[in-house]
Design a protein around this ligand. Structure first.
Ligand code: SF4
Length: 368
């Protein structure tokens, strides 16, 4: 089974995908590592050390559902929802099974993948030594005006793939030593993802699955992901509804409310994120908050809410890398990088309200 799947992700596609990503983010070392693997120099065996599985007793959440057939059923339920699509809070109601395109611009029920590769720029507990096995999915139902991946999310750069191709990518990432399968912007492809996971689990996939989302998720969908996802990695971008309506093409005034409910449900499912052996994360909730200029995200309130509604050791990554890309220059309040003072104020507030598990980034390069 695995050999069949492996063949469907060709060497050429893997190299093209990796090259595009590395050129995009300027990480030539990743490309060289992948190239080395392709040429047979990269150590890849089936034992736990080199496949990135942190412990021999680790079992990913989806394996149980795969064994009972429930994973396949859930994939089918999600697919049925595309008949009048309600996979994301935009709730377009288009018939994607007949090829109709909704607000996210996904081409009907087809799956479009931009790239897949070991990613060394994610959170340290996801990266470890082998990298986070990242799969970039195209299109997005929220579409922030400052999107850092706008060519993928807004222009839809990628290739049409089948679910068994996606399964093969997962197995490929496992075989080259990645520690997890990190699905970036998965919401509108959740049906295909679960189907691919079912195939990959049958082919030997044992890595934890990371659901790397903008946070704007419907509870009905999250309930179908209960027992499938090991690590939730949601953004919490905006505290204020007027601001989220202004800064997203979706006009998502309900973003703060929907995201708060979604994060509580994610925490209910997977709990606090605690690294396992060698500092590798296997399960839990990891929240990301991108600090924006002029406090456009409402950072202080977000930190206060997290401290009030979730355990104090909830993992919170306070991100400093905001860059005014895509249409950000059309919005004066977000048309610059953040300052060092703006970043430090958020970190201070997070500590004041009692959060203890903060991922604080280097910020010496920010202007005062
Ligand atoms: S996933 Fe796409 S088509 Fe479906 S509701 Fe969301 S934006 Fe609309």
């Amino acid at each position: 089974m695995y050999d069949q799947l492996k063949d469907s992700v060709t060497r050429r596609y893997f190299l093209e995908s990796t090259t595009k990503f590395c050129c995009h983010v300027g990480l030539s070392t990743i490309f060289l590592a992948c190239l080395a693997e392709e040429s047979g120099n990269y150590k890849s065996t089936s034992n736990n050390e080199t496949t990135g599985i942190a412990g021999a007793d680790f079992e990913p959440a989806y394996l149980k559902l795969h064994k009972t057939g429930e994973l396949k059923n859930r994939a089918e339920k999600l697919r049925e929802m595309m008949e009048s699509c309600r996979l994301c809070p935009k709730m377009c109601g288009v018939n994607r099974l007949r090829g109709e395109e909704g607000f996210c611009r996904s081409p009907g029920a087809r799956l479009v993948v931009s790239s897949f590769m070991p990613h060394f720029g994610e959170e340290r507990p996801l990266v470890g030594r082998g990298g986070s096995g990242t799969i970039f999915l195209t299109h997005c139902g929220l579409r922030c005006v400052f999107c850092q991946n706008w060519e993928i999310s807004q222009l839809g750069r990628g290739s049409n793939r089948q679910e068994d191709d996606l399964a093969a990518m997962m197995l490929r990432l496992q075989s080259i030593g990645c520690h997890n399968i990190n699905l970036v912007t998965p919401t509108h492809y959740s049906a295909s993802i679960l189907k691919a996971l079912d195939i990959a689990a049958g082919g030997g996939l044992r890595l934890p699955v990371v659901y790397n989302t903008c946070g704007w998720e419907r509870l009905e969908i999250l309930e179908l992901l209960d027992g499938v996802v090991d690590i939730y990695l949601p953004d919490f971008k905006f505290w204020d509804g007027e601001m989220s309506a202004r800064l997203t093409a979706a006009g998502a005034e309900d973003y703060p409310e929907v995201t708060r409910e979604a994060i509580l449900e994610m925490h209910r499912q997977v709990g606090v994120a605690k690294p396992a052996e060698r500092g590798i994360m296997q399960r839990g909730l990891m929240i990301r908050h991108l600090v924006m200029p002029n406090n456009a995200g409402g950072s202080g309130e977000i930190m206060e809410w997290i401290a009030e509604h979730l355990p104090e050791d909830t993992y919170v990554n306070i991100m400093a890398q905001y860059n005014p890309l895509y249409k950000a220059y059309d919005f004066p309040e977000i048309s610059r990088r953040i300052t060092r003072d703006e970043y430090q104020a958020v970190v201070r507030r997070a500590k004041q309200v009692g959060l203890t598990n903060l991922d604080i980034q280097t910020f010496w390069w920010l202007q005062r």
